[in-house]
Design a protein. Sequence first.
Length: 54
Amino acid sequence: MAGMRRKGDLPHRHCAQCARPFTWRRKWARVWDEVRYCSDRCRSMARAARKPRP
């Protein structure tokens, strides 16, 4: 298990929408610098908040 890392050792940041902490995921390996939201739900809520209502 030389390549294994503990979850506590992984990088983390806070969601721009809900402010909850979230940790690095393998699927975000190439785009970690661009990840701002912890989930699709937070991303869609942020998008809806930016959109002006008529």
